[in-house]
Design a protein around this ligand. Structure first.
Ligand code: UD1
Length: 425
């Protein structure tokens, strides 16, 4: 059904106050998938209540898991009775992260059939590296019309070199390898903090993983894993989005419940651009009493600048002093927000993988549309800083990854309203 809800945003002269950051969506999704590896009950705390999380819950449920929500951000996932090994297209097509159930299901049930994830607005996003990893562990891969089936009587540990440090492939192979026979080494692995959080979770379940968070991960297979209690790490991308929101509105915001180490690439860039940052063990205060100075930004695998912050940074550069060049090296089509920012008066030219952003004194509010999650966040930030009134449409993309973005911004003094126009089903 067409989604007609939108955010109505008015210019904000400086966000002020404190904001608590939610649990990390991109850590919660693989960890939810990993619960399939145990035959027991797992309690997950600090789970952000988002549409992506609800969709992942539906996929686990369709395999036979039972899931109950306890407190506001707590899920109890019981994976004792996994009965089915096929997830239908109408569930898996809703989020690409659904593919993360493949490794755990292969290891636990010895087979699984999933719809192949389609392309998505930011790029073609193939899964070849995931499948190559499973094949190296001894699985047989069969591709049919729109689906892929993976089977293995037994997974055997081996050395796997990833052609690219894919986050999803590293997670999927890591999960499969926990129950494989012998030792698996993943080289050129992704080193994102979400992978370290997944490995911490798996180790607490009884896995034997070392090196997660570096480019070489070693997994010594074990016979079984148990259900546990675990708290999901904070969302570094949500934190980064609020940091830029403060910088863009000349605000003064204390961002709480975070791991500053995870946000270093953005912290370094904002300091270069002239923002004033105060960092403690678990907070960052971002103040900007003058316009930021434009700098160049290049997205790279962690610890480089995250592609998931590129759109928000492009929005900030469009209101900075000077010209900044944004180079996107992770996804081939991740500049969809540029056309919308230009409709608000931004001066940005895209050439291949680069966007040349010429800073302007002001942007003007208008109607814009979110093409994906982070593009949507960038448009909300632009709306907060733009003169007049901005309407951001297609906010279901934003709801996939930001828990109560509008409410949190309102608490910081923003004038933002969610206007609900989608008829109830
Ligand atoms: C994850 C994040 C996403 C983030 C991305 C990069 C989740 C749920 N999503 O996505 O928010 O933007 O990491 O930090 O955690 N690739 C291949 N073959 C593969 C797999 C990936 O060519 O088998 C390519 C992709 O097309 C892309 C690049 O590798 O160009 C990075 O993708 P990857 O790191 O796998 O991202 P995701 O895990 O999908």
């Amino acid at each position: 059904m067409e989604n007609k809800d939108f955010f109505l945003i008015k210019k904000c002269d400086g966000l002020r106050g404190e904001v608590s950051i939610s649990g990390c969506k991109n850590a919660a999704l693989p960890i939810m998938a990993a619960t399939l590896l145990s035959g027991g009950k797992t309690t997950l705390k600090n789970v952000p209540m988002l549409s992506d999380i609800r969709n992942m819950s539906e996929i686990l449920t369709c395999f036979g898991a039972s899931i109950t929500q306890k407190n506001k951000n707590e899920l109890i996932i019981d994976t004792e009775n996994i009965l089915h090994t096929i997830a239908p297209y109408d569930l898996t097509c809703k989020l690409r992260g659904s593919f993360l159930v493949m490794g755990p299901m292969l290891a636990r049930m010895k087979k699984v059939r999933l719809s192949l994830p389609g392309g998505c607005p930011i790029g073609s996003r193939p899964v070849d590296l995931h499948l190559k990893g499973f094949a190296a562990l001894g699985a047989t891969i069969t591709k049919g019309a729109g689906f892929v089936e993976v089977k293995a009587e037994e997974l055997i540990g081996t050395k796997i070199y990833l052609d690219f440090p894919s986050v999803g492939a590293t997670e999927n192979i890591l999960m499969a390898a926990t129950l494989a026979k012998g030792k698996t080494t993943i080289e050129n692995a992704a080193a994102e903090p979400e992978i370290a959080d997944l490995a911490n979770f798996l180790n607490k379940m009884g896995a034997r993983i070392t090196g997660a968070g570096t480019d070489t991960i070693t997994v010594n297979g074990v016979d079984k894993l148990k259900g546990i209690k675990y708290s999901i790490m904070p969302d570094r991308i949500e934190a980064g989005t609020f940091m830029i929101a403060s910088a863009m509105t000349n605000g003064d915001v204390l961002i709480k419940d975070i791991i500053p180490e995870h946000i270093k690439p953005l912290t370094a860039k904002l300091l270069e651009m002239g923002a004033d940052l105060e960092i403690t063990n678990d907070t960052i205060r971002v103040r900007a009493d003058k316009i930021c100075t434009a700098k160049d930004v290049k997205t790279l695998p962690f610890p480089g600048f995250p592609t998931d912050m590129q759109a928000q940074m492009t929005a900030l550069l469009s209101l900075s002093k000077g010209t900044g060049i944004v180079t996107e090296t992770i996804f081939e089509n991740r500049f969809m927000h540029v056309a919308e920012l230009c409709r608000m008066g931004a001066q940005i030219k895209v050439e291949g993988h680069c966007a040349v952003v010429e800073g302007k004194r002001s942007l003007s509010g208008t109607k814009v549309s979110a093409s994906d999650l982070r593009a949507g966040a960038a448009l909300v930030l632009a709306g907060l800083a733009a003169k007049g009134q901005t309407q951001v449409f297609n906010i279901h993309h934003i709801d996939r990854g930001y828990e109560n973005l509008d409410i949190k911004l309102k608490n910081l003094g923003a004038q933002i309203e969610r206007i609900e126009r989608t008829p109830l089903q």
